[in-house]
Design a protein around this ligand. Structure first.
Ligand code: PLP
Length: 405
């Protein structure tokens, strides 16, 4: 085999489909969120970032940065080992306590990322529980799908957020068979929210565990930012709550929260936990400061939701089509990978607004979109500017408009 030729051909296929990914080369500016410098062939330009998952700008929060500086100076750069072999720093212990406190659970366990948390927890539950059946929402994130796959237990997929389909599957199973319903709260691409209470009711009725990914909700929903389950008073009904510290909390790292025995089980058997160096102490300190800050400042969640609403209204007024949903995510539909990339390129190159085109495999082909995530720091002026530029792009590329409202 000509290896080089093979790689090049695969890439050229992607390019022909319009699905080849080009990363924006950014330098974020602490204290100036959501602005960043964008390095291009033609030079460096200042851009407004509209697609960050640092939903609340916590990555530049002064208390978070101060906590990281302090821990960095105190403990140095790295953790120095896996959790078992010298890599459990006191900041990790404090962070796990903070997370358990946030979710009102007995315990929590941190991982190097939300991806690793899902991958490890789900594969461990699937492989170490005899007879396990994992029942997985069809739109679950790749980290869940791959964790379930690695667990090699029986698995079945239910239609997205469809309680009838879920019950049909549960009903067929013996009551005493170990089962786990795996789902998300906020689905990040369409911005819809799962019927958590009803799923928990079914789990109780059919004796199943529940595993919820609250990655796009922690920091953002609930009185203290513990997620949609907190907002709806359901945290005590979930077996495993999984989250990230990379999005609403603005740093990096993943976790699960639940009972002491469940967390201890994953700690003891989860290979992605056991065999990987723990996160730097300064990162753990930053995560903890962020969780504490966000818990105390409900007003940033209020502003966050208000800004998402404002952007939707401005898009409606301009006839730019977007998916209605009950969350902070504003998906503007294009429906074609090439046009979607062109729209994104025009916004960036001509107008200095950055929104990444979202294409396959992140979303199904034909549903390519621009996914906007306005933060509490995006001003009305920025939104007006953006929508006026979007209108020009829609005109130039003859993209489909919605009826103006
Ligand atoms: C981003 C994401 C993850 C992974 O979290 P990271 O901390 O970024 O690794 C897990 N689940 C969902 C739904 C996500 O969108």
């Amino acid at each position: 085999m000509n290896y080089e030729k093979f790689f090049a051909e695969q890439i050229s296929d992607l390019q022909d489909e319009g699905n080849y990914r080009v990363f924006a080369d950014l330098e974020r500016k602490a204290g100036n969120f959501p602005q960043a410098s964008n390095y291009r062939d033609s030079g460096v330009e200042e851009v407004t970032v509209w697609c960050s998952n640092d939903y609340l700008g916590m990555g530049q929060n002064e208390e978070v940065m101060a906590a990281m500086h302090e821990a960095l100076d105190k403990c140095g750069a790295g953790a120095g080992g896996t959790r078992n072999i010298s890599g459990t720093n006191h900041y990790h212990v404090l962070l796990e306590e903070e997370l358990a406190n946030l979710h009102k659970t007995e315990a929590a366990l941190i991982f190097t990322s939300g991806y690793v948390a899902n991958f490890t927890a789900l594969s461990t539950l699937g492989s170490k529980m005899p007879g396990m059946l994992v029942i997985s929402d069809e739109l679950n994130h790749n980290s869940m799908i791959e964790g379930i796959r690695l667990g090699r237990s029986d698995k079945t997929v239910f239609k997205h957020n469809d309680l009838e389909d879920l019950e049909r599957i549960l009903k067929e199973q013996p009551l005493d068979r170990p089962k786990m319903i795996a789902f998300e709260s906020v689905y990040s691409m369409d911005g819809d929210i799962a019927p958590i209470k009803e799923i928990c009711d079914l789990a109780d009725k059919y004796n199943a565990m529940t595993y919820i990914d609250e990655v796009h909700a922690v920091g953002l929903y609930g009185e203290h930012g513990a997620g949609v389950a907190e907002r709806e008073g359901l945290m005590d009904r979930l077996t495993v709550i999984q989250g990230t510290m990379a999005k609403g909390f603005g740093v990096v790292g993943g976790y699960i929260a639940g009972t002491k025995a469940m967390c201890d089980f994953i700690r003891s058997f989860g290979q992605g936990f056991i065999f990987s160096t723990s996160i730097p102490p300064a990162v753990a300190a930053g995560c903890r400061a962020s969780i504490q800050y966000v818990a105390k400042h409900n007003e940033i969640r209020v502003k966050h939701q208000a800004n998402a609403k404002m952007l939707r209204e401005k898009l409606d007024a301009a006839g730019i089509p977007h998916i209605e949903n009950p969350s902070h995510i504003v998906p503007v539909m294009v429906g074609d990978p090439v046009l979607c990339k062109q729209a994104s390129d025009m916004l960036m190159e001509q107008f200095n607004h950055y929104v990444q085109p979202i294409n396959y495999p992140t979303v199904p082909k034909g549903t390519e979109r621009l996914r906007f995530t306005p933060s509490p720091f995006h001003t009305e002026e920025m939104m007006d500017e953006l929508v006026s530029c979007l209108s020009k792009v829609w005109e130039t590329l003859s993209l489909q408009k919605a009826a103006a409202q």
